[in-house]
Design a protein around this ligand. Structure first.
Ligand code: PLP
Length: 380
């Protein structure tokens, strides 16, 4: 007898809230169930009375929240008889698609923008055995091509336009509510295609509503009679805040951005696929969108690593940088409980990390005791 039930992934955990049946063959790598870590030093630095938690999605099996959506999307693709999946990706979707396809024994095709995905993500797509198609173009162009080719070839799209993706991703909100015993006051995320902010909102709405009601207009499955609603805490939902990179901020501009650019490659998207849904999230939750410069994003990434011991990728740090600014200004009031989603693991993008640590404390010395001693005593 095991001491406690073995965790076997989010579909098994939240079966009653997801579009699966008892006969569904589940494709899982044990995704979900990620730590919710309470920050200690950054709130103190801000000098404000706020509780900030980070949901460390970088600890999913392929190192990003995309696994939550991909376990659902691939499970349903296989259930529906598909032998191949396809996605356009800034990197993490391709890593997740490749891994879950490998697990399922089907083929993954991934379209990535040449030269614009982080090294770790490229390594993953190749290692998991996806057919990796680099395009001389950006994510938005890749996305359009994927939608067109899926009409002419027997491949299932597993980008977040696939509604099962958001169904899987909504479970992050369930986990947060269960752990806090309520929804946070504010939930902050980096926004690219805007699937994840929408998925979280669906999750919070369902968990705070009675079964059989309309929970949110943002949900593709909501017909006014939600089958998946009903959670442990009724009537508790956060304000949703989406942060974008300034060079890639269509929600802040109010229109698509032609040539998006940012060091945070995971959110280098100018034409978000969940445009309408994400606006509804903002309206229904009373939230907002805002932008950060690349410098602010990188500073937040480094601060989180050096003050809290948590290494996320640049895109993920947008939520930390944004929260710091909004807490400082009082837009997020004192007394608030805040959750930031750390969407991906810092190890995904070692190049950007090393580059911005040029001023680091690395020294090179001869291999003898005196030199090591000098190096240490010079710092202490
Ligand atoms: C995909 C991704 C995002 C953006 O999520 P959307 O659902 O496209 O808004 C942010 N950060 C990381 C690390 C990602 O992989």
């Amino acid at each position: 007898m095991p001491f406690r039930e073995r965790y076997t992934g989010l579909i098994n955990r939240y079966r009653d809230h997801l579009p699966v049946s008892d006969d569904t063959r589940i494709i899982s790598l044990g995704e979900g169930n990620t730590p919710l870590i309470r920050l200690k030093n950054i709130p103190q630095m801000l000098g404000k009375d706020v509780d900030i938690y980070v949901k460390y999605e970088g600890l999913n099996p392929t190192g990003s929240f995309k696994d939550r959506g991909m376990t659902m999307a691939v499970t349903k693709a296989v259930e529906e008889g598909s032998n191949a999946i396809i996605c356009a990706s800034t990197g993490n979707t391709s890593a997740a698609a490749a891994a879950y396809a490998a697990r399922a024994g089907i083929t993954a095709f991934v379209l990535i923008p040449e030269g614009k995905i982080a090294m770790g993500k490229l390594a993953q797509a190749m290692m998991y055995g996806a057919v990796t198609i680099q395009i001389r173009g950006n994510f938005d162009e890749g996305m359009e091509l994927v939608k067109q080719v899926a009409e002419q070839a027997p491949v299932t799209i597993v980008n977040s336009v696939n509604p099962y993706r958001l169904q899987g991703q909504k479970t992050a909100a369930f986990e947060i509510v269960e752990e806090l015993g309520r929804a946070p006051d504010y939930h902050c995320l980096p926004v690219g295609n805007a699937g994840n902010i929408t998925a979280h909102w669906i999750g919070y709405c369902e968990y705070s509503a009675q079964k059989g009601t309309r929970v949110t207009e943002s949900c593709a499955f909501c017909d006014g009679n939600c089958r998946y609603a009903g959670g442990p805490v009724i009537g508790s939902r956060p304000v949703m805040i989406g942060y974008q990179a300034a060079g890639s901020a269509p929600f802040v501009r109010g229109e698509a951005v032609k040539n998006p650019d940012t060091v945070a490659t995971a959110i280098r998207i100018g034409n978000p696929q969940s445009w309408d849904r994400a606006w509804k999230v903002k309206e229904e939750s009373g939230g907002w969108f805002d932008e950060l410069s690349d410098a602010d994003i990188l500073a937040a990434q480094k601060l989180l690593a050096q003050r809290e011991g948590i290494f996320c990728e640049p895109a993920s740090a947008a939520s930390i940088g944004g929260v710091m600014r909004d807490v400082q200004s009082g837009r997020i009031p004192e007394g608030s409980t805040i959750v930031c989603t750390l969407t991906g693991n810092g190890l995904k993008d070692p190049d950007t990390a090393i580059k911005q640590c040029g001023d680091s404390r690395m020294v090179t010395i001869d291999a003898n005791l005196a030199s090591v001693k000098d190096a240490i005593l010079g710092i202490l």
